[in-house]
Design a protein around this ligand. Structure first.
Ligand SMILES: *[C@@H]1O[C@H](CO)[C@@H](O)[C@H](O)[C@H]1NC(C)=O
Ligand SMILES: *[C@@H]1O[C@H](CO)[C@@H](O)[C@H](O)[C@H]1NC(C)=O
Ligand SMILES: *[C@@H]1O[C@H](CO)[C@@H](O)[C@H](O)[C@H]1NC(C)=O
Ligand SMILES: *[C@@H]1O[C@H](CO)[C@@H](O)[C@H](O)[C@H]1NC(C)=O
Length: 268
């Protein structure tokens, strides 16, 4: 009797589990042809200026740049994060106060051809799927140097900003879609406009994983790879992933979301 009950419960939970909408849309989390992706792997880089490569080979491309991430924490007064402010791409200043109680995803995305639009679209998708529990913010990281990349990062930033704001010159449905992620004002490499949220995230005490990430908090790593921060709903745990796949983001996000349901704020 007990065995049967257990069995049914297992089935029930399994079914429930399977009926949870697949998070990462196929297009964001599936290499079209692993063999071809391996051959074309150089196309993932900014130099190749290939705008479709990251969509055709998202896993291969992400792994090409991936580094071990790290976990940092802020045990005393973790609420100080929520006292900071950020500037949105539409020039409006916002407080992070409303992020408290939600998991925050703060994505620092370099404006490189192919990579930037892919991560923007994929994170926007995640923001839609988890709209009741997650606040997703995207910080475009760019420079003014016209000669380093095949496509200037300031023009990639412009095109992403147009997507986000709903380009007023275009009437297509994509640009009219209501965005769930928050696009922040671009951060210019070497610029002298301070970014308190980014500085805060980069300076928390690393307690596990790649300790070098903290020592190497130089701009080159932020200019060349996407850095995704997941901040627990209390602000206490700050996880940093460097060039993660969508599957990886989702897996870690679920851990943070489960911790939301634990009354004691269990460690991750
Ligand atoms: C861009 O990458 C795709 C693979 O996604 C490849 O099929 C295509 O030939 C590349 N384009 C150029 C111009 O190399
Ligand atoms: C890179 O691609 C973009 C758009 O696909 C294009 O506007 C730009 O001219 C290209 N740059 C080079 C150097 O090919
Ligand atoms: C977009 O649609 C509005 C009203 O539907 C129209 O007035 C406007 O001219 C359109 N703009 C373009 C660029 O097609
Ligand atoms: C910046 O980080 C990169 C990548 O980790 C490293 O190779 C480089 O030496 C660092 N530069 C400085 C000035 O710390």
């Amino acid at each position: 009797m007990t065995t049967l009950l257990l069995f049914l419960l297992t089935i029930a939970t399994t079914t429930l589990w399977l009926s949870v909408p697949a998070v990462s849309a196929f297009e964001f989390d599936h290499d079209l042809s692993p063999d071809q992706c391996r051959k074309d792997i150089n196309q993932c880089t900014a130099k190749s200026n290939n705008s479709t490569m990251w969509y055709s080979c998202p896993i291969s491309c992400a792994k090409y740049f991936e580094l071990e991430g790290c976990m940092a924490e802020q045990r005393t007064d973790p609420e100080q994060l929520y006292e900071l402010r950020a500037k949105r791409s539409d020039d409006v200043s916002m407080s992070l106060e409303e992020n408290e109680g939600y998991v925050t995803l703060y994505a620092v995305i370099p404006m490189l051809p192919g990579m930037a639009q892919y991560y923007y679209d994929a994170i926007e998708h995640i923001a839609h799927v988890y709209k009741y529990t997650l606040v997703a913010m995207i910080l475009p990281y760019y420079d003014d140097d016209q000669s380093t990349a095949s496509s200037p990062s300031s023009s990639i930033l412009q095109s992403i900003t147009d997507t986000s704001l709903g380009d007023s010159n275009s009437n297509n449905s994509k640009s009219k879609k209501k965005m769930k992620s928050i696009l922040l004002e671009g951060h210019k490499r070497g610029g002298n406009v301070p970014n308190p949220v980014l500085e805060y995230l980069l300076s928390r005490k690393v307690v596990a994983g790649n300790f070098n990430l903290n020592n190497n908090n130089n701009e080159s790593i932020l200019m060349t790879t996407p850095n995704i921060f997941l901040i627990s709903h209390t602000g206490m745990f700050i996880e940093r992933m460097v060039s993660p796949t969508m599957e990886m983001i989702e897996r870690r996000l679920k851990v943070h979301l489960r911790a939301m349901d634990e009354p004691s704020g269990r460690e991750l």
